[in-house]
Design a protein around this ligand. Structure first.
Ligand code: ATP
Ligand code: MG
Length: 623
């Protein structure tokens, strides 16, 4: 309530003007002015000047009021008012003179004299006029008498409004009292009141008034000096603090590394420009406003839990690597060093640390790892290739060598039938080797991404029927091979599918020959073709030996053969070629198998590839 009244009062026009005026007379102006370049003495001079101005103004105002009241009385015929008006007019004139002098350079250089001039205007005028009145016995004249109240008022006025330099106060008091008692007594006036007790009271009161005034000015000055000094110290300390703060802020803001301070519950307190840049924000302010939970920055939020666990355990964490989201959603790798900041009671108040972008290093690491893996794979491939070649080629070569030697030695003794049999054996073995070389060639071309891909309109059903007929020639005892065609929605296409017949042959001759090879007990082998609008879904299903679980994931690797193949011949290249051929046609291949029960391969191929994709996939050589 009081506050409300005060603020209303302060807003009131004239009052506001007075308050603003009074601000200039304050010991320490509320302006920006710095005190460090001032000595206490020069500041004190300023203060004395300001307070003298205020004192002159106040006294002048009081004189004007008193003159106005006395003029009013004069108009109503009070004869004693003449003397009063004279005294006040002379006093007001002296004050105006003092104010003018205060504004001059000479006046500002002799503020002590102006202080005495102030006392003069207030008290000495009156006393001199009193004395003169007594001397000349004019109508102004009256017996001089001690002005106890006037003196006390003057001394207190000076002590409260101009509490500077106590010797000045003492001097002005001595001037006023000295004049009264010394000059008046010298001129033969009775300066003392009636009776000893009144005189004693007068001296005692004046002594105490002077003592209190001078002492209070002295004490106030000391207080002011102390405050001045501490203000100066404070300013210096504040400036040093500003410098230090500026220095550290500059280091923080201009650091090349990303720096941060965050709360334990996951908000940023401060981040520098580098960190904001690393995370893709335009400014630190934007980053602080946008990231309300640091957890959400981590691609794997579990990383944040891990970070908190580790930092709480050891109070610091070094080289903590994680993948984080940037402002645009892209991902980047960072490495963090951080430490815990505690308050005096040991409570965690913040984490602070630095962050470095390690994306390039991570990429390099991944590439090196990949290169190492590839090299390892290549080495394995090489050794498998060497062992396969030595085995797969030596056997047929031995067969050829043995058959030809036998022909050479015993040919002339053998009949035609037997000779043909040996020649046939040699031819078959050469075919087998040529088939093997063919497969290796296809694989090599696919490795070099030079396997040709020439899609052309094809009659799928016709192709499969021919292939099945061919494969039926290879069937073993108790084996059957069936071909089924399914069209679920009987959707007819206006155009024939476009596929690469050579690749289709690679795929399905391999899958069917596998189904035949790995079904030694016989059983049914089924090839099913299902076409819908855009795809051909082909399955090759057998009731053979199946594939052991541990071999399934290596099925499509070159030269890999399952543990359960026994003596069934093979190189482990067929499925690799199948997979490459399927990929080249933008298809997929999956396998379902159960050990000892059978295997089902499903190949899904698009019926038609877009023109540009055809071109895109067409690697080099065309047949
Ligand atoms: P080739 O290069 O002569 O085809 P391969 O048949 O051994 O030799 P892949 O066709 O690549 O090689 O087959 C790899 C392995 O996958 C085979 O060795 C075999 O262990 C397993 N496999 C493939 N198809 C079947 C199937 N239908 N039933 C059981 N195992 C199979
Ligand atoms: Mg095979």
């Amino acid at each position: 309530m009081n506050q409300q009244w005060m603020s209303r009062l302060q807003d009131f026009g004239p009052f506001r003007v007075i308050l603003n005026h009074l601000k200039n007379a304050n010991a320490f102006p509320e302006s920006e002015e710095k005190l460090t370049h001032l000595s206490y003495e020069s500041w004190q001079r300023q203060f004395l000047g300001a307070r003298l101005t205020l004192a002159f103004e106040l006294a002048l105002f009081s004189y004007f009021v008193r003159i106005a009241i006395n003029l009013f009385h004069l108009l109503h015929g009070n004869p004693f008012i003449h003397k009063e008006i004279l005294i006040q007019t002379v006093g007001a004139f002296n004050l105006i003179l003092g104010m003018v002098l205060l504004r001059t350079r000479g006046g500002r250089n002799h503020l002590g004299w102006l202080f005495l001039g102030f006392a003069w205007a207030l008290e000495m005028n009156e006393q001199i006029i009193e004395t003169l009145g007594g001397v000349f016995e004019s109508p102004l004249g009256d017996r001089v008498r001690p002005e106890l109240l006037g003196w006390a008022f003057t001394f207190f006025f000076q002590a409260t409004i101009i509490p500077v330099r106590w010797p000045l106060h003492l001097a002005s008091q001595m001037m006023i009292l000295g004049y009264y008692f010394a000059i008046n007594t010298a001129l033969g006036f009775d300066t003392l009141p009636q009776g000893n007790s009144a005189t004693g009271y007068l001296f005692l009161t004046m002594f105490w008034v002077c003592l209190i005034c001078d002492l209070s000015v002295y004490l106030y000055e000391r207080l002011q000096r102390a405050e001045f000094k501490s203000r100066q110290k404070l300013e210096i300390a504040y400036r040093e603090l500003e410098m230090t703060e500026y220095k550290f802020r500059s280091i923080f803001e201009n650091a090349v590394e990303g720096l941060f301070q965050s709360t334990p519950d996951g908000r940023f307190i401060s981040v520098n420009a580098s960190l904001a840049r690393l995370y893709g924000y335009r400014s630190p302010e934007e980053m602080i406003a946008c990231v309300t939970d640091i957890r959400h920055l981590y691609v794997n939020p579990r990383q944040r839990d891990l970070f908190l666990e580790r930092i709480q355990e050891q109070d610091a964490i070094m080289g903590f690597e994680s993948q984080v989201y940037r402002a645009d959603g892209s991902k980047t790798w960072i490495s963090e060093n951080a430490r815990v900041v505690r308050d005096v009671r040991g409570n965690v108040v913040a984490y602070e640390g630095n962050v470095a972008d390690i994306t390039e290093r991570k990429q390099a690491e991944t590439e090196i790892r990949k290169a190492l893996e590839t090299e390892k794979e290549l080495n394995q491939l090489k050794s498998r290739f060497v062992s396969m070649i030595s085995h797969e080629f030596r056997t047929p070569l031995t067969t050829i060598l043995a058959a030809s030697e036998a022909l050479e030695c015993y040919g002339d003794r053998w009949d035609e039938e037997k000779k043909k049999l040996y020649l046939k054996r040699i031819q078959n073995t050469v075919h087998q080797m040529s088939y093997l070389l063919g497969e290796i060639l296809i694989l090599a071309r696919s490795e070099a991404q030079k396997l040709p891909f020439n899609p052309a309109p094809i009659d799928l059903e016709g192709f499969f029927r021919d292939l099945v007929e061919e494969m039926q020639l290879n069937l073993q005892a108790n084996q059957t091979l069936e071909f089924h065609v399914r069209r679920p929605n009987e959707q007819s296409r206006d155009r024939p599918p476009r596929m690469d017949e050579q690749l289709l042959r690679h795929i399905f001759s391999n899958l069917l020959s596998n189904a035949i090879k790995y079904s030694p007990r016989g059983g049914k082998i089924e090839l099913t073709l299902t076409t819908d609008r855009d795809r051909a879904i082909c399955t090759v299903e057998d009731e053979g030996i199946g594939i052991p679980p541990e071999d399934r994931k290596h099925l499509f690797e070159s030269f890999h053969r399952a543990k359960n193949v026994g003596t069934v011949p093979g190189t482990g290249l067929g499925l690799t070629i199948v997979q490459r051929s399927v990929e080249l046609q933008r298809g997929t291949i999956t396998v379902e198998t159960e050990l000892g029960k059978g295997t089902k391969f499903t190949v899904i191929l698009p019926l038609e590839l877009e023109e540009n994709r055809e071109n895109e996939d067409n690697f080099g050589d065309r047949r």
